[in-house]
Design a protein around this ligand. Structure first.
Ligand code: TYM
Length: 336
């Protein structure tokens, strides 16, 4: 008799809080696509996370659908993966509350992303921004995820998720699987093109700092040609040359070539040809995705069919875990 082995579960998500960058693509999305055949994957558009900073409602609506279209255009098959919008699954908000009552303020105050972001927003920091890592923990734990494919910047949130899960399991009884981060070998931290010691981020004020997945080819070429390097003129993967190192990382994540192969290829050549090739690699990688995003965003009915099916599957899995949590905490079930 054939034995069916349960596939391991994967959960990840991207915020529709701005246009997606090459960092989101290489640090997350590109790797998700590789996992879809071997795992039971839940890929979420985390709109509830996006409202931790002020959003224009019509932009949020547009971007939520654009992120969904980008998931599919990047190669996520809606029949193989559960692709859904976070706010369509109420269990996320409910579980987040229950977990908030199992999380210490001290833990949340230590989150570096909160510290960075709260500096930027000064006196108008929303409570949601502070509690956001708990919502992220709820996202992951509700699906009993084994692995969470993310970029480096989310590692600390994942450690907190594990701590919260372990604490809940210890104070009640085993309820959650303890998830592991799954960080790509290449592309886990794509840096800012103008200040290559900072992470590339969609919230940077200088558009030359980042490449958007939807940037037209000529814009990509311009941004790469203006990317900050140094005066050494040597293509070398080293911390002393953060700009060049970042471009090697990008080229390597796209082409699969190793750092050494890239260094060798450009030995004695300076930066001009190297930068041109990096730009062309990005253009070549993104062009088909851009084309498909444009087509998909005009097909609202198709997108709706994807998120409706996704919500149904996600609701089923998430509600199961939520009921378990409620029962263990001591809430009275409405029906047995
Ligand atoms: P977000 O929306 O900021 O980013 C989405 C994904 O992109 C990765 N990423 C990067 N990777 C490499 N280099 C970069 N410069 C770069 N910038 C972003 C992020 O690491 C992430 O994997 N809290 C999360 C969203 C979230 C989530 C979750 C993720 C909510 N719930 C549950 C995993 C599981 C966030 O703000 O990601």
């Amino acid at each position: 008799m054939e034995q069916t082995v349960e596939k391991k579960v994967i959960f990840s998500g991207i915020q529709p809080s701005g246009e997606l960058t090459l960092g989101n693509y290489l640090g997350a999305l590109k790797n998700w696509v590789k996992l879809q055949d071997d795992y039971n994957c839940y890929y979420c558009i985390v709109d509830m996370h996006a409202i931790t900073v002020k959003q224009e409602p019509k932009d949020l609506r547009r971007r939520t659908l654009e992120v969904l279209a980008t998931y599919v255009a990047a190669g996520l098959d809606p029949d193989k993966n559960t692709i859904f919008i976070q706010s369509h699954v109420p269990a996320h908000a409910e579980a987040a509350w229950l977990l908030n009552c199992n999380t210490y303020i001290g833990e949340l105050s230590r989150m570096t992303q909160y510290k960075d972001k709260s500096q930027r927003y000064g006196n108008s920091i929303l409570a949601g921004l502070f509690n956001y890592p708990v919502l992220m923990a709820a996202d992951i734990l509700l699906y009993q995820a084994d692995l969470v494919p993310v970029g480096n910047d989310q590692k600390q949130h994942l450690e907190l998720t594990r701590d919260i899960a372990e604490r809940f399991n210890n104070s009640y009884s085993p309820t959650f699987k303890i998830p592991e981060p799954y960080i790509p070998e290449e592309g886990a931290k794509i840096m800012d093109l103008q200040e290559p010691t900072k992470k590339m981020s969609k919230s940077s004020d200088n558009p030359n700092s980042f490449i958007l997945i939807m940037d037209p080819p000529e814009v990509i070429r311009k941004k790469i040609s203006r990317a900050v390097t140094d005066s050494l003129g040597i293509v070398k993967y080293t911390d002393e040359q953060p700009g060049v190192k970042n471009l090697i990382t990008i080229l390597s994540a796209i082409t699969g070539k190793t750092h050494e192969e890239i260094e060798k290829e450009y030995e004695g050549q300076g930066y001009a040809q190297f930068k041109k090739d990096v730009a062309e690699a990005i253009v070549g990688e993104l062009a088909p995705i851009q084309q498909e995003v444009k087509e998909l965003t005009t097909n609202k009915e198709y997108l709706e069919s994807i998120y409706k099916k996704g919500a149904e599957k996600a609701n089923y899995a998430a509600t199961k875990t939520l009921r378990k949590m409620q029962k263990k905490i001591g809430f009275i079930p409405l029906s047995k």
